[in-house]
Every structure is written in structure tokens, then in C-alpha cells.
Write a protein of this length. Sequence first.
Length: 285
Amino acid sequence: MSYEDFIYNLTKTLLQDFDVKTLFLNVTDQIKDFLDAERSSLFFYDREKNLLRSVVISVDQNIDKIEIPVDKESIAGYTALEKRILNIKDIHDKKELSSIDPDLKYHNPWLNIKGVETRSMLSVPVIKDGEVLGVFQAINKDPYFTEKDEKIVEKITPLIAIALDNVIKYTKMKIAQNIEKVILENISEAVVLLDNENRIITFNSQFGEMTGFRFSRNKAKNKSIDEILPFIKAHLDKIEFVRKYMIPEEITLDLIRIRMVPVVWECILEGRFEYVGLIFHFPRG
């Protein structure tokens, strides 16, 4: 296949596939085949937890998920940390790894997966607007990957970056929509959802009414809850307890009772979203 045909097919895949797993499995397979590599992997960078989470791992085993810290203890982690392409002939050659960086190591968990043998590796950061979104790796080429392979992957990773960025934004939007539809608007009480820094993610119309419609959802988003409701500041420790231990708690004030509950939402790229929901109960009648 010519380079032009490869780019055409890859771009068509990026534009046509919307299922996350299908999209990136097809993309990494196409790159793997064009490079004549044995396997390929794609990792998403979780900035909050500073780790790489596997999106695609093309091995003949059912490996659900691998998480790798972004440090020098792994080739993928080093690639993300230094934003640098690594073309390694033999990942078991300590001298070769040391020539890149004395602290660079091969990720040990791979050694414990039966039937997965890695020799050569091309590890490339997926970057958009200067920010690392993930790492793509092509694995095992006979005898090893060339400078031409480096240049090819360097040219196509911006396409992966655009796709990954779009999927992240789309996934977060769908999660927010689902939470709002399924949880918020089906509860008669006022409800607001907080992120791990007690900033408002979204809230229902009852909460808007309770606060006198002083803020639209867009204006309230990312504001601290105690900026909107100053009396909450005295109870931030209880919110933190709910977040840490995933156990509901309550605050009882003169005219209001606030139920604090953990809310967990699964995301294929970013793992678990862990929120705290505040449900406001007012006396009836």
C-alpha cells in the first residue's frame, strides 16, 4: 500500500468510526500493518492522576486494562514525560536504555504476561497544542524500526491526537448529559454535582430556583460551591469524607437538610468519574 493510500484510509477511519474501541482498534491496526509491526498499543494520558491508561492493547489475550505511571520506570511513561519519540532496538538491552536516560526502565508488568514478548519498540507521544494526550507504541519489527518509520508515525500522530481529543470531549459531554437526564432532572429536590475540588459540574433546575437563578449553568460551572453557597464552607470536611470513603453524609441546618452522596460514572478513556452530589431537602407545607 502506498503512503497516500494509507493516509487516505486512516483519515476515513477517523472520520467514520464513532465507537471508541472500534475507532482506535482500527486506527492502531492500520498503523501497525503499514509499519509491518507485530503489535501496537495506544494509551490515554490521565492528567489528573498522572498515569497512562490503555485504550488498545493488541495481544492475543484478554487484557482488560493497564495503567502506567508517567515516570522513567517505563518506556511509555518516559515518552509522555519527555514528549519524545523513542526508537528502541532491544528493550532488554540495559545499555541501550541507559544511553537514552540512565533511569529509563522497561515496564515490569509486561514481563508477567505470558506469550507477550517485546523486542523492538517505537514509542511516540500523541500531542495536541503542546499537551500530551497519550502515547502510541508499535512493537516488534524485524529486525527493528527505522528512521523512516519514525517520520511516518510522527506525521500521523497529530491525526490520532485530533481523534483522541474529540473522543474525550464527546465522552465528557455525553456523561454530563446522562447525569443531568438520569439523575438531576428526575429528582424533585435541588441537586448539584461537584468535582474533586468542590467545583460545580452541573445542577438541576430546582437548584437554579433555590439560588434565585443568579447563575446559568455555564456561569456556575467550575465555580466553587462555597462561592455560590457560602454556608457550605463550614462543611467542606464532610464533603471530603464522602469523596474519600464513598459513604453518604448529611448536614442539618435550621431550615434545610443536605444529603451528600457519592456519584460514580464509568468512562472508557478516563476510568471512573467520582463526583459528590448535594441534595437539598426543604420542609414541606
